[in-house]
Design a protein around this ligand. Structure first.
Ligand code: HPA
Ligand code: ZN
Length: 324
C-alpha cells in the first residue's frame, strides 16, 4: 500500500510554505543570517513541537520564520520542500504564503516574491512539479492591513492564483475580510479560506456567503451542522482536510476519532493535505499513510481523493489533462 500511495499522483492544495521549514534548514539559515533562535540544536527544535492548540503552534511558526530574510532564503525554503514533495509523488503544490508575517519584520514583499518565483521555475524545470500561489491574509491582523497587502501585491498579480485566510481563527470571522475578498474577486483572483478548523460551522457558512470562496480549508467542524453538510455536498464544495495537522493541534484526540470517514460517508468533496509538514510530522505521503492506518481505506478511495484534488487545483487544463 505504501508503494501505491507513493506512486499515486498527488496534488497538494493546502500548504503553508513557511510551514515547510525543517529544523535543519531553520538552523542553517539562522547561522547564515546571524539570527538568534532559542534552540541549541535540531533536536531541541523538534522537542519544542508539542502543541496544545492552533495558537501554541502559530507562536512557534512565526518564530521559526524569523530566519527568512532574503530572496535566496525563500528560494531555498521552497526548493527544499519541492524536492521532498516530488520525491513522495506530489505533482502539484499550491502554497499559501503569509507576506504580512514578513513585512512586519522589515522583509520586503519583493524578496518573498522573487525567491518563491525562482523556486517555482526550478520546480517546473527540474522536478516536473507545477505550483500555484495563494496570498494569505492573517485574520488576527486588522482588515485594513489585508486590503493594503492586496494593493502592494499589484506587481505580482500574474503569479498569484487566489487569496486565502489563515492564522488564529476564533474571534476573527470571515466577514471581517469582506472588502479584501471583494477586491480580490474584482482583480480576478480566486478565493479560499480556512474555516471550521477551531472555529464554529457558522464561519464556514460565512466564508461561502460573504467571501464567495471556491474551497474551504479544513472545514472539519462542518459535521456539527446538518444543513451545512447538505449544502457543502450539494455545491460539491472542496474541503482541504489536513489529518496530521488536526491530530497535532488537538482538533481531534486520536486519528481514529477523526471525522474524515463520516465526511466521506456524507458525500463531501474531500482532499488530503499536509498544511505545515515540518511542524506536524510529515508531508503528503505521511498524511495518506496515517489515514490508511486509522481508517483502512481502499486504493479506490485514495485514488478518488487524489483525483478530487487534481480536479479542484488551480492549474491549466492542459496540465490537468496530463495528470488525470
Ligand atoms: N491554521 C491556521 N493558520 C495557519 C495554519 C493552520 O493550520 N498553518 C499556518 N497558518
Ligand atoms: Zn492551513
Amino acid at each position: 500500500m505504501r508503494d501505491f500511495l507513493k506512486a499515486l499522483p498527488k496534488a497538494e492544495l493546502h500548504l503553508h510554505i513557511e510551514g515547510t521549514l525543517e529544523p535543519e534548514l531553520m538552523m542553517a539559515l539562522a547561522e547564515r543570517n546571524g539570527v538568534t533562535l532559542p534552540y541549541a540544536s535540531v533536536e531541541e527544535v523538534r522537542a519544542a513541537y508539542d502543541f496544545d492548540d492552533l495558537q501554541s503552534f502559530l507562536d512557534l511558526y512565526f518564530q521559526g520564520m524569523s530566519v527568512l530574510l532574503t530572496a535566496r532564503d525563500f528560494e531555498d525554503l521552497a526548493m527544499d520542500y519541492f524536492q521532498r514533495a516530488a520525491a513522495e509523488g506530489v505533482v502539484h503544490v499550491e502554497m499559501h504564503v503569509d507576506p504580512q508575517a514578513h513585512l512586519s519584520r522589515g522583509v520586503a514583499l519583493e524578496a518573498v516574491m522573487e525567491g518563491l518565483e525562482r523556486a517555482r521555475r526550478r520546480a517546473e524545470d527540474e522536478l516536473d512539479l507545477s505550483t500555484a500561489m495563494i496570498l494569505a491574509f492573517l485574520r488576527d491582523r486588522p482588515a485594513e492591513e489585508a486590503e493594503s497587502l492586496l494593493e502592494q501585491a499589484a506587481p505580482y498579480l500574474d503569479r498569484i492564483d487566489a487569496v486565502g485566510l489563515d492564522s488564529a481563527e476564533v474571534g476573527h470571522p470571515p466577514s471581517k475580510f469582506r472588502e479584501a475578498f471583494r477586491r480580490a474577486g474584482e482583480l480576478g483572483l480566486a478565493r479560499v479560506a480556512h474555516a471550521g478548523e477551531e472555529g464554529p460551522p457558522a464561519y464556514i457558512h460565512e466564508a461561502l456567503d460573504v467571501l464567495d470562496v471556491c474551497r474551504i480549508d479544513h472545514g472539519v467542524r462542518c459535521l456539527e451542522d446538518e444543513a451545512l453538510v447538505a449544502r457543502l455536498r450539494d455545491e460539491a464544495m472542496v474541503l482541504t482536510v489536513c489529518p496530521l495537522s488536526n491530530l497535532r493541534l488537538k482538533v481531534v484526540e486520536r486519528m481514529e476519532a477523526h471525522p474524515l470517514p463520516a465526511m466521506l460517508e456524507a458525500g463531501l468533496n474531500l482532499t488530503l493535505n499536509s498544511d505545515d509538514p515540518a511542524y506536524f510530522g510529515g508531508g503528503m505521503l505521511e498524511n495518506f499513510l496515517a489515514c490508511q492506518r486509522a481508517f483502512g481505506w481502499s486504493r479506490e478511495t485514495f485514488a478518488r481523493l487524489a483525483g478530487n484534488a487534481i480536479e479542484a487545483a488551480f492549474m491549466s487544463e492542459a496540465r490537468r489533462a496530463e495528470l488525470r
